[in-house]
Design a protein around this ligand. Structure first.
Ligand code: KG4
Ligand code: ZN
Length: 333
């Protein structure tokens, strides 16, 4: 089965062609980073306008790169939520138009299911049951998956997502946008123990996450010690903040491993690109005998391959979405 995937839930306009559920024929992402950089964050109105300009060229590019024609497609998979409503609608309209014009089935996909399934797309596929941590700019959620389609939310962020914390702290330190990559790079030259930022919910036995207190504590630190001090200590600040984020992600994950006895862990979403998170996860896997699966960076950040993969599974078992399929900005998994 050959599926075209379309993803426009936030600020990436992406299309991909996938054969047989996991063979990637092409994948194209148009990033809107330059559009949103002057504002230090995604501006929803600009995002949807930009999707409108890019969606057709991006789909064309994915088809050309795959070297296949539209008549060879067996189905279309598209993100229906969660995300920004204006952005989602652009992808949905394009997907519906193609499905109607080509007379092939349409399948609406949950973006979070896409992230959860991304670790199955390269390398040795994870085995069930597994613990799946989705950690991105919009989400920080921990799932238990007994099998495909059998997901249970164990914990989630009570406030900001981890990626959002990276972006907001980078903004307040004047490091530009998006923040995760810049902080990751700066932190490599810094001391993670230089400044003791708080680990939220560290006394808790729960499986939730929290990052807004950490962000505020960086803000107060800069106010107390002064801008000049902060600018002189950027690598140490970045490394100390990043270490607090990683600790705050790994503590609930460790508790979930202990509580459920599950030994397979997957981590996906944009923050899964973080080099410190990846190395700490490798240490944790080694120390505790866990199997940790993290996709390559292009499958961690928003992409249409994961949407095509999630949609292909549903299409293969006969699931269809009607042409009245609508965006669901608050869709949960
Ligand atoms: O999955 P994604 O592309 O979009 C969402 O669904 O949100 O994730 C984007 C987020 C941004 O907040 C970005 O700062 C963060 O992922 N990110 C990183 C790194 N690369 C991207 N955060 C930390 N370290 C990185 N290397
Ligand atoms: Zn995402």
């Amino acid at each position: 089965m050959r599926v075209l995937g379309i993803e426009t839930s936030c600020d990436d306009c992406a299309a991909a062609v996938l054969d047989d559920g996991n063979r990637i024929l092409s994948h194209v992402v148009h990033s809107q980073i330059d559009t949103h950089r002057p504002y230090g964050g995604v501006v929803p109105e600009l995002a949807s306008r930009n999707h409108l300009e890019k969606i057709v060229p991006v789909i064309r590019a994915a088809m050309e790169k795959a070297g296949v024609g539209f008549p060879s497609l067996d189905g279309i998979a598209v993100t229906r939520g969660p995300g920004l409503v204006g952005s989602l609608l652009v992808g949905l309209c394009a997907a519906k138009a193609l499905s109607f014009a080509l007379g092939i089935p349409l399948c609406g996909v949950n973006h979070l299911e896409g992230h959860l399934l991304a670790p199955f797309l390269e390398g040795e596929p994870p085995s069930f049951p597994l613990l799946g941590l989705v950690v991105s700019g919009g989400h920080t959620s921990l799932y238990e998956a007994a099998d495909m389609d059998s997901y249970r939310l164990l914990g989630e962020t009570r406030d900001d997502a981890a990626g959002e914390a990276f972006d907001k702290v980078a903004k307040l330190l004047g490091l530009g946008y998006p923040g995760g990559v810049v902080i990751d790079r700066l932190a490599r030259q810094g001391n993670p123990l230089a400044f003791p930022f708080p680990r939220a919910l560290s006394g808790s036995e729960g499986l939730d996450f929290s990052f807004s207190g950490l962000k505020t504590s960086v803000l107060y630190f800069v106010r107390r010690r002064g801008e000049a001090f902060a600018q002189d200590h950027l690598p140490d600040l970045a490394a100390s903040f990043q270490e607090a984020v990683v600790d705050s992600l790994l503590a609930p994950l460790g508790r979930a491993v202990a509580r459920t006895g599950i030994r397979t862990v997957t981590v996906s979403g944009g923050v899964a690109c973080n080099s410190r998170l990846r190395s700490r996860l490798a240490e944790m896997a080694e120390a505790q005998g866990l199997r940790v699966h993290i996709p390559p960076p292009f499958l961690c950040t928003d992409n249409a391959v994961m949407i095509a993969a999630a949609g292909a599974r549903r299409l293969a078992r006969g699931e269809r979405s009607s042409l009245s399929l609508n965006a669901e900005p608050d869709l949960s998994l």
